[in-house]
Ligand binder design. Structure first.
Ligand SMILES: [Zn+2]
Length: 299
C-alpha cells in the first residue's frame, strides 16, 4: 500500500509528494521533498503513526532539491539513502549542487529549498540500473531513466512506477507537462526512458508532482508529444534570433495558453508554476539545443 504524503510546498497542495510504503522492516520512503518542507514531511509521517527516525530506507529518484533536498535530514537520523551512481557524489558533497542552485535562485534559494548538508558516504547506497533492493518483503527495482536528469532512477515496486520527473508533471485535473530545467535535458534519452516504462506496462505511475495516475499509456504518449512540441517551439524561437527576455515572454504565453486550452485556470497554473516553472523549462530546452544540436540552430 502506498501513502502519498503532500509536502505542502510553499503552502500549496499537490505540488511535491513523498511516498510512504510499509514493509516488515519498517517504513520505506521514496522522495523526501526539499528541506524547506521537512516539517511537513515529519508531520505527515506522524499522522501515519511514524516518527522520522523509524524511516531506515529512503530512495530518491534524483538529487534535484525538490526530490532529495531533505535526504540528509533522514540520513542524520540513521536512514540509508539509495541513489543513482552519478547522483551519489552530490549527496555526499552538495557544494556544486548548491552553487548551481544559487546561480538560478539567488537569495530565494534558502526560502524556497531550505538548508542543504552533505550525507556521510556510508549512509549513501548507490544503485545500479536494474538492481533490486529487498526491504522487509518489499522489492524495489531501480530503473535508469535519463532525459530529465542524467542521473535519474525511476523505481518499480510491485507493478507501480515511482517516476520522479521522467513521467512528467501532472496536477489533476490538469494535463501532463514536461519538466525541462537545465542542465541535463536530453530528449532522445527521455524518449527511450518513456519507452522503457511503457514496455513494463505498470499499473500506475506515481509522480512526485503529483500523485498516482492509472492511464499510463495515454499519459506517457501525451508527455512525449508535449516534449516534442515544446522543444520545437523553443527551436523556432531560437532560429528567429529572439533575445532572452522576448523568448521568455513568448514561452510563458505559449505555456499559459496550453494550460488554458486544457481547462486549467489561474489557481491551477500557479501549482504548475511552483512544480515546474516555465522560465526553467525554457532555459533547459535552450541549453539542450545549444549543447546537443547546434547545427539545428543554423537552419
Ligand atoms: Zn522535480
Amino acid at each position: 500500500m502506498v501513502r502519498i504524503l503532500d509536502l505542502r510546498f510553499q503552502g500549496a497542495e499537490q505540488v511535491i509528494a513523498s511516498f510512504l510504503l510499509e514493509s516488515k522492516e519498517g517504513p520505506i520512503l521514496i522522495e523526501t521533498g526539499p528541506e524547506s518542507t521537512y516539517p511537513h514531511l515529519a508531520a505527515a509521517l506522524k499522522a501515519e503513526g511514524l516518527a522520522p527516525e523509524e524511516v531506515r530506507h529512503v530512495f530518491v529518484t534524483h538529487i534535484h532539491l525538490d526530490h532529495a533536498g531533505a535526504a540528509w535530514r533522514l540520513a542524520e537520523l540513521g536512514a540509508r539513502v539509495y541513489v543513482h551512481p552519478k547522483g551519489a557524489p552530490h549527496l555526499v558533497d552538495p557544494s556544486r549542487l548548491l552553487a548551481s542552485a544559487e546561480r538560478i535562485y539567488g537569495e530565494m534559494l534558502g526560502p524556497l529549498w531550505g538548508e542543504l548538508r552533505g550525507i556521510p558516504e556510508q549512509r549513501v547506497r548507490v544503485l545500479a540500473d536494474g538492481e533490486v533492493v529487498k526491504v522487509g518483503g518489499v522489492e524495489v527495482q531501480a530503473l535508469e531513466t535519463p532525459g530529465h536528469a542524467g542521473h535519474h532512477h525511476a523505481y518499480l515496486v510491485e507493478g507501480l512506477v515511482f517516476a520522479g520527473d521522467i513521467a512528467g508533471v501532472r496536477i489533476a485535473p490538469g494535463p501532463v507537462l514536461p519538466p525541462t530545467p537545465p542542465p541535463d535535458i536530453h530528449l532522445e534519452s527521455w524518449y527511450v526512458s518513456i519507452d522503457r516504462i511503457l514496455a513494463l506496462r505498470p499499473e500506475a505511475l506515481y509522480l512526485t508532482h503529483f500523485g498516482a495516475y492509472r492511464d499510463v499509456e495515454p499519459h506517457l504518449l501525451t508527455l512525449r508529444e508535449a516534449l516534442e512540441a515544446w522543444a520545437g517551439f523553443v527551436l523556432s524561437r531560437m532560429r528567429e534570433g529572439l533575445g532572452p527576455e522576448e523568448m521568455t515572454r513568448r514561452f510563458e504565453t505559449y505555456w499559459r495558453e496550453g494550460l488554458a486550452k486544457a481547462g486549467v485556470g489561474g489557481a491551477g497554473m500557479r501549482l504548475y508554476e511552483l512544480a515546474d516553472p516555465p522560465f526553467m523549462n525554457l532555459q533547459g530546452l535552450v541549453r539542450y539545443w545549444q549543447k546537443h544540436h547546434p547545427e539545428a540552430l543554423e537552419g
